[in-house]
Design a protein around this ligand. Structure first.
Ligand code: FA5
Length: 352
């Protein structure tokens, strides 16, 4: 038999439940109405607060039986109030926003970034070479004498060292690499042939800066070592590469000298601006000089323990800025580094 106190508590609880279905917080029209519901039920003298307080007059057994019912009611109610409050606040914010802003106005234009023209050209060069089977290689900017010079068949006191105005670090014999060719040595030290690598990167020379010379510039090195590689492979590879990159496959190889290649060549491409008729850009010659190349010197292979009787290879080194200048019609190399957005803006993403 329920005690009278328990019966009257249960009645009060049922009434409250009935009231909740009439005063559902989810129906509150605005924040003020919601607050009235909250105070009426959960305030200091609120109906639910009173009901919870009245629990203490019940026996321990009744409290255990009825307590969870009252607590459940409280949790349910608090949840409903919070939910309604969020919804009402959101609507209020939106109303305020649309009163202050015209949401139909077009947005502010966001300036769109683009890759630097040199990065665009480099990306295009490496994309083409990777399709031709060259894989990515890298080397440090700070080099030692062996990788930058001696393993490349440039011994001490060799006049070729004068070609590179080298920047030595205070704790010599370390230096800033003067070309990307040391990566040839590093790649062959790390891997046995056959290998076919490309290495784009920054190089440093103690050089007077002018319209066509920078003290810091980029080169792209290529190296292919396999059985029976010949000059014909070099020429065919460069012709296919130039065709893809510049739309001109007519190239010319002129005898030249690099200590690390034998024979060596300067590679020219048919002038892009006059199709070979002669113009100021090609100095009326009809040809543009783009890179140095040659067959890997046997001494270079020997320096990395590769038998030159069994293996042969070709290598090339392209001046990236010079190529970009030709392709983009840029007359002064310094413009690439000045970060003048008026200059950079001209090179939309589709140039390369
Ligand atoms: C070399 O540096 C050789 N390592 C290239 C090479 C690699 C030859 C593999 C054979 C086999 P060179 O010093 O000529 O070569 O430089 C290569 C290219 O870098 C030049 O053709 C030119 O396009 C560019 N270059 C040279 N000096 C500068 C400079 N100061 N500023 C901008 N570009 C330069």
């Amino acid at each position: 038999m329920a005690t009278p106190k328990r019966s009257s508590w249960e009645r009060a609880c049922e009434e409250l439940e009935a009231r909740l279905s009439r005063e559902d917080p989810a129906q509150a029209a605005d924040l003020a109405a919601l607050d009235r519901v909250r105070v009426g039920l959960l305030g200091r003298k609120g109906a639910l607060t009173e009901l919870l307080k009245a629990l203490k007059d019940l026996s321990l057994e009744d409290r255990r039986a009825l307590g969870p019912r009252a607590q459940g009611l409280k949790t349910l109610l608090e949840g409903k109030i919070a939910e309604r409050q969020n919804a009402l606040e959101r609507t209020a914010d939106e109303r305020k926003l649309s009163a202050e802003l015209d949401l139909t106005l077009p947005g502010l234009p966001q300036p769109r970034g683009r890759r630097h023209p040199l990065t665009q050209i480099l990306d295009e060069m490496t994309r083409i070479l990777s399709l031709m089977g060259f894989s990515w290689a890298e080397g440090p900017h700070v080099e030692d004498d062996r990788h930058n010079f001696s393993a490349l068949n440039i011994p001490e006191h060799h006049p070729a060292r004068d070609l590179h105005d080298t920047l030595y670090l205070a704790d010599a014999p370390l230096l800033l690499r003067t070309h990307t060719s040391p990566v040839q040595i590093r790649s062959m030290e790390a891997r046995r042939p056959p290998l076919r690598i490309m290495c784009p990167g920054r190089v440093f020379r103690h050089e007077a800066v002018d319209a066509t010379h920078s003290a810091v510039f980029h080169q792209l090195e290529g190296l292919y070592v396999e059985r029976g590689v010949t000059f014909a492979d070099l020429k065919a590879t460069l012709a296919a590469f130039m065709e893809q990159l510049l739309g001109s496959s007519e190239i010319r190889l002129r005898p030249s000298f690099f200590p690390f290649t034998e024979p060596s060549a300067e590679v020219d491409v048919r002038c892009l601006f006059c199709s070979g008729r002669g113009c100021p850009v090609c100095k009326q010659s009809g040809w543009l000089e783009l890179l140095g190349a040659g067959l890997v010197h046997p001494n270079v292979l020997k320096a990395v323990d590769i038998d030159p009787e069994r293996w042969s290879g070709f290598a090339f080194g392209i001046g990236v800025e010079r190529l970009a200048m030709l392709k983009l019609g840029v007359k002064d190399i310094r413009q690439f580094y000045e970060n003048d957005v008026r200059f950079l803006r001209q090179f939309d993403e589709n140039i390369a």
